[in-house]
Design a protein around this ligand. Structure first.
Ligand code: 13P
Ligand code: SF4
Length: 380
């Protein structure tokens, strides 16, 4: 790769922090021009405006995983999102058929700040899932349980699902994936987001009392009786998103009192009590599409991450969009990807020094791919 001679990159991100936004923006664009189609910048909808403006493609988690799977020309993906998204991109962009088309050359996936994780994904560790699986096997038949992991999880959990006949799902296809699981087994173990699991299963007619919650910190059957596990349809992992957890049913009631024709639009990571009251619930992609298609003058109260709601407000002045919670709920880890980190990682890349590479080991990757492809085949 030719070096970008006009710019000196720095080994450390610190000097970039003192640059003005317009300087960082110009330098980022200069690297984009220099690397051309070798570089693909992907951005999740929760990114700050100033960062997502530099992405080639933006999307929800499902759309982004498809984009990574379909990336043909690029040699580098810079992921403006969080760690599990970059891992997924590494697995999909470097699957065996793609690698052989590229004569074994890997697409390098870069996360501009390695501390951009997801607190929900951190609520399920592989050893906890393996322990839960073994403990469940003492009480119910493992071969009649399909493990399903929300894409917001470490690659090791996706690999676990691949190994045990399970699949990955996202917020836009959870119902299709659960339908598939129930065509094979009578039970599902769903991790790490209890709310997405519960909200989806309720829509499918499964009752709350058929959904015990597994507490990974309780050594005694995750805090459940043998009877409740024997009667279960969906065993929900006790995990949640700290951002979406903030939206409360009172917020919905307050909006409906103030604005009787308000439409409540939420992400299914919100708790059941909020999700049940909402007019519409869906992935970030669905939230955006719903607003785009609505008639001018529609009144909205939206329950999802703040940066996306603020962007929708700016992009749709013809509609009246408000944030559902009186307190600001933002994803602090997504926010770690800022212009300074983006510029730093790009300039290093342009100078042949690839920083913050996300590389899933081959064994984990192979098993994760099975679980990811089951999802992609179901929803493509
Ligand atoms: P989406 O798949 O809807 O973009 O959600 C990702 C996410 O992390 C929501 O908190
Ligand atoms: Fe994770 Fe919640 Fe942030 Fe989404 S919004 S990345 S689930 S912490």
């Amino acid at each position: 790769m030719p070096k970008l001679l006009s710019i000196n990159s720095f080994p450390d991100v610190k000097p970039y922090k003192s640059l003005e936004n317009h300087q960082l923006q110009e330098r980022i664009e200069s690297v984009r021009r220099h690397l051309g189609s070798e570089l693909l910048i992907l951005g999740h909808h929760y990114q700050q405006d100033e960062v997502i403006e530099h992405s080639d493609l933006r999307g929800d988690s499902y759309q982004l995983s498809k984009m990574a799977a379909e990336s043909k020309e690029c040699r580098y993906i810079v992921f403006c999102g969080v760690h599990f998204m970059a891992e997924t991109a590494d697995i999909l962009a470097n699957r065996p058929d793609c690698l052989s088309q590229r004569n074994g050359n890997r697409v390098q996936v870069i996360l501009p700040d390695l501390s951009a994780g997801c607190s929900m994904a951190d609520m399920a560790a592989i050893d906890q899932v393996e322990t839960a699986w073994a403990d469940l096997g003492d009480v119910i038949d493992n071969s009649d349980i399909t493990p399903i992991t929300y894409i917001n999880s470490a690659a090791s959990l996706k690999a676990f699902c691949g190994k045990h006949g399970g699949a990955v799902c996202t917020s836009s296809n959870a119902q299709a994936v659960l339908d598939w699981a129930f065509s094979k087994t009578s039970r599902v173990l769903f991790f790490p987001d209890q709310h997405l699991g519960r909200n989806t299963a309720l829509k499918m007619g499964i009752r709350e009392n058929e959904m015990p919650v597994w507490n990974p910190h309780d050594d005694d059957l995750g805090g459940n009786s043998e009877e409740s596990l024997a009667n279960s349809r969906v065993i929900l992992w006790q995990g949640h998103c700290s951002v979406h957890q903030m939206f409360q049913p009172e917020h919905v009631h307050q909006f409906r009192e103030k604005i009787p024709d308000v439409k409540i639009l939420v992400h299914p990571e919100c708790r059941r009590e909020v999700n049940d009251l909402a007019d519409i619930s869906g992935s970030t992609g669905k939230i955006i599409d719903t607003v785009k298609k609505a008639a001018p003058g529609t009144q909205w109260a939206i329950g999802t991450e703040l940066h996306l709601v603020n962007r929708l407000q700016k992009e749709h002045p013809e509609q009246n969009i408000q944030f559902l919670s009186p307190t600001l709920c933002m994803c602090a880890t997504m926010y770690r990807i800022d212009l300074a980190h983006l510029c730093w990682s790009l300039e290093n890349l342009a100078n042949g020094n690839i920083v913050n590479v996300i590389r899933v080991d081959d064994v984990t990757s192979d098993h994760s791919l099975i679980a990811l492809e089951r999802m992609l085949n179901l929803t493509n």
